[in-house]
Design a protein around this ligand. Structure first.
Ligand SMILES: [Zn+2]
Length: 154
């Protein structure tokens, strides 16, 4: 749950950065337009609207790409030397496999195949726990992370 929260915060941060970029470019564009209008004679249509839209769009793309790269680097941060993006995946192993019941929503259909309702049913499944071992490129620190996945058997 914690990592989902961080992800949401990260996305909100990216959106705020994009909004700030929009405001910044908007202010600069407005300022330049005012300056042009003061020096040239009035009623000349502002020809650089397309330019500003392009600048804003390129800025957004760059911000989103940067944000994704930083997110990945942050996820691979070494806890020992605090270096971002230093961890590399050494090995993946299946640490544990348990039999579980997975709650599934089953659909009721009439003879035409239309959905008429739902009911919940427990289906046998497997819970697999994967163990990922990461190694730091800088200091050689080993870090373990686990991930569990629930899969129904059918
Ligand atoms: Zn390290």
């Amino acid at each position: 749950m914690k990592s989902i929260l961080w992800k949401i915060l990260w996305i909100i941060g990216t959106i705020i950065a994009c909004a700030l970029w929009f405001l910044l470019v908007g202010f600069i564009g407005f300022g330049i337009n005012v300056a042009i209008n003061m020096t040239t004679q009035p009623a000349e249509p502002s020809l650089n609207t397309n330019l500003w839209v392009t600048v804003i769009c390129i800025g957004w793309i760059v911000l989103v790409i940067l944000s994704v790269i930083m997110w990945k680097r942050w996820n691979l941060k070494c806890q020992a030397c605090k270096c971002w993006g230093a961890l590399t995946l050494e090995k993946t192993e299946l640490a544990k496999q348990e039999k579980i019941s997975v709650l599934m929503e089953m659909e009721h259909r009439d003879w035409q195949g239309n959905v008429t309702g739902h009911h919940d049913q427990y289906i046998p499944g497997k819970r697999k726990t994967y163990l990922y071992t990461y190694k730091c490129k800088r200091c050689g620190n080993l870090e373990n992370r686990t991930q569990t996945r629930d899969n129904p058997s059918i």
